[in-house]
Design a binder for this molecule. Sequence first.
Ligand code: FES
Ligand SMILES: [Fe+2]
Length: 362
Amino acid sequence: MNVNSQPASSKRKPKTFNNPERFIEGWYWVIPSLNLEIGEVKPVNLLGRELAIYRGKDRRVVTVDAYCPHMGAHLAEGQVEGNELRCLFHHWKFNAQGICVDIPCLDESLPMKLKTWPTAEKYGMIWVWTGEYPQQPLPFIPELEHKDCDVIFGPRLVMNCHPNVVGINAIDAQHFNTVHKLLSEIIFEKDELNQNAIIFSNTTYSGEDSFLIKLIRPFYKNPVTYSICYWYGTIGIVTLSFDSLYIHVMFAMRLLEGGKTEAQTIAMTRKRQGIFGWLHNRVILWLTKIVGKDFIKADIRIFQTIQFDLKTPIKADMSIMQFINHLERQKPLMWKTWKLARSQDVEMKEKREKWRDELSND
Ligand code: FES
Ligand SMILES: [Fe+2]
């Protein structure tokens, strides 16, 4: 059956997908681990929110809201003391939990707390959870869930469309033929890993016609398999397997102002022991980096100019619609405030109720 021949229906307009004001509560990358040394504090803007991020003496990274709760000085101008952070302005000091522990001009500190955000490190990156308590581990794929990884960074790119739109490229069945010139028919199967993660695996693709695959064809027997695991609709981990050789590349994206995307590609593989393990990983990571670059090279022009609007979905767009449905069921937050995004209907209802309450109180 030609999958492109069947029309498919799109019912409701998505509220979160491709919305420049919204993102899903989750783990997002901030800066590479190597860019923050012990005793260093840096300003970062993540998803519209100003933060200060520092590494204490115990090597742990702490992320706090940028502005001091005393008078609003930017805390990235301050100083790390042990595992604590002192504001530059009046020297109030906050510990790693954000609790104010010293106010130099007072005998005792005040009971106040600076907002801190859950922070972790993996894949050579510092990650921040954008809610109170992490509901998920850091993004993973089942093959590497409890494994330490070696990584190298590929290019960092800014693209002129939303991370969700960049992300769906990896499951856009038609474009593999039209843009990437692969001749095989592509059909994906979906598998929801949990509320925030979904895997699409290709059931048909052998990819024999791609240049890279022709290059390494003599070294494996079985057909190539391809899958992508999405987290929060924003991070995609692609896996290509050639017999027992696995190639993983993460497209770690985040939303920039105005609905643009900042993407960092990260080639990753499980850690291997010894000098041969190290050499093996260097070769794999180098190969993965080339595959990652190749993966997005042909799409870049599309990302810079697209005004995404899936007005006419056909059956070949089914995976994209499944992705959108999965995304719409996750917890949406607002750009900059990181507060829960609610639908206009709920907000209108709340306003009406408040207005009624105010009237009845008069
Ligand atoms: S503004 Fe930070 S101590 Fe005063
Ligand atoms: Fe593509």
